[in-house]
Design a protein around this ligand. Structure first.
Ligand SMILES: [Mn+2]
Length: 436
């Protein structure tokens, strides 16, 4: 990021960021030092944690900056992005203030545009592109075959072929803009017992995914995303991590499982799924969000921050142990129905960073000792000690030292960005929905 200030455009006035930081810079070094002292007593060097957190990034989904909705209604906010170029501008604000989100994940066909324009638009703000996301869960305008009864697993060969070709197109677009991964999530399944033959449907899916995989460049990864139910309500083709693992195993070494936190049954032990996928070299990455009941797509860490921490506890364990092939992609996948999406995404990126920072504080040597001596109480307290430590001064220091805002939401509100874009962007009838 050194030298970025000279070449990269900022949509939030740097004077405003400086003024807002000025209000907080008196306290920050004192808070950081106090935490540093506390960590030092535990044998942890705060600057080493800070450096790791500074290197941690999470991608923003293009569809996340528009207001989401439910199947009942959508209540658009002011200044909604009208197209991918408005979305990239909004994403740049998130990156400018948090310094945690340098990459944007595109969704095709919603974000389809001239590749050179996409690249120019992103490089204006120093942004790059994360995984490409295909869409065969809804019909695009003018497409020949309908996905009403499925896509990659459809009983009709021409429909499957169309879905394969769409994924190949996503790879081609991704190649031109510097993406290195394709994420496939399908809505295929059934709504009634007897509607489909489970085995034949899954055979058709595997055959189609292998065709997509065959077109994957050598330095790309294929992520398949499981989801228990919805839109199919009786059975879903890629319903859980077990099926997802089978797909990755059957497909090849560049195929990995993507874990969306909201795509499991209530009370499922997601951190354990993460551990299993790591152990067998098939964890591709995450769609971070939070939920209370189902695939609620709420802000990361807003409902159960301890669960997010426990997931990161597994990730840090793998990182420190040098788990083979461990390189998970991090992305937010949320739907913001009642908040300003930019504010939610800024705070969510921070929450993911927070879980990572907290997990770095776990005394792993002590934990292993308690595990080996069956001291359940002290083992769990070892995790709690890390979780309870307020790492905010580390996160704030990382943002400040990398040119972001000590308090991103305060700086964003002070800049009046939303009111400004509301004047430039007249309300449109609807944007892409996109809760995947
Ligand atoms: Mn997802």
């Amino acid at each position: 990021m050194i030298g970025e200030g000279e070449t990269v455009e900022h949509l939030i006035d740097l004077d405003i960021v400086e003024r807002e930081n000025g209000k907080r810079i008196g306290a920050l070094p004192r808070d950081y030092e106090a935490l540093g002292e506390q960590l030092d007593r535990r044998g942890i060097a705060i600057d080493a944690i800070r450096d790791k957190v500074a290197a941690f990034k999470v991608a923003v989904p293009s569809w996340g900056v528009g207001t989401g909705g439910t199947r009942f209604a959508r209540f658009p906010g002011p200044g909604e992005p009208r197209d991918i170029f408005d979305k990239i501008e909004d994403c740049s604000v998130i990156q400018q203030l948090t310094r945690a989100t340098p990459n944007v994940s595109l969704h095709i066909p919603w974000d389809k545009a001239d590749a050179n324009r996409l690249k120019q638009s992103a490089s204006r703000f120093g942004l790059g592109f994360d995984a490409m996301n295909s869409n065969t869960f809804s019909d695009a305008a003018g497409q020949k075959q309908s996905y009403k009864f499925g896509s990659l697993s459809h009983a009709d060969a021409a429909t499957r072929q169309q879905a394969v070709e769409h994924n190949l197109e996503c790879i081609e677009i991704g190649k031109t803009i510097g993406s290195k991964a394709l994420t496939i999530w399908i809505g295929d399944g059934s709504n009634f017992p007897g509607q489909v033959n489970f085995t034949r449907q899954f055979e058709r899916y595997l055959d189609a995914v292998k065709q997509v995989y065959a077109a994957l460049p050598d330095d790309w990864r294929l992520f398949t995303e499981h989801k228990m139910y919805e839109p199919a309500f009786y059975s879903t083709v890629v319903q859980d991590w077990g099926t997802n693992y089978l797909i990755a195993q059957e497909t090849g070494p560049k195929a990995y499982c993507l874990v969306d936190l909201g795509h499991h049954a209530p009370n499922v032990n997601i951190e354990m799924i993460v551990a299993r996928l790591i152990q067998f070299g098939k964890l591709g990455g995450f769609h971070f969000n939070d939920s209370k009941y189902g695939d609620d797509d709420l802000d990361a860490g807003s409902i159960d921050p301890y669960r997010l921490f426990l997931i990161f506890n597994e990730l840090v364990d793998a990182e420190l142990n040098g788990a083979k092939g461990f390189d998970p992609a991090h992305m937010l996948d949320q739907s913001h129905n009642v908040t300003d999406p930019i504010e939610s995404l800024m705070l969510s990126a921070t929450e993911v960073q927070r879980a990572y920072a907290s997990a770095l504080l776990v005394n792993r040597k002590a934990l292993e000792g308690y595990q080996d001596t069956n001291d359940a109480l002290m083992a769990t307290q070892t995790l709690k000690t890390a979780f309870r430590t307020d790492v905010e001064p580390i996160l704030a220091m990382v943002r400040y030292q990398s040119g972001g805002a000590i308090d991103p939401v305060a700086a964003y509100r002070a800049a009046g960005y939303r009111a400004k874009v509301a004047e430039e962007r007249p309300a449109v009838a609807s944007g892409g929905g996109g809760i995947v």
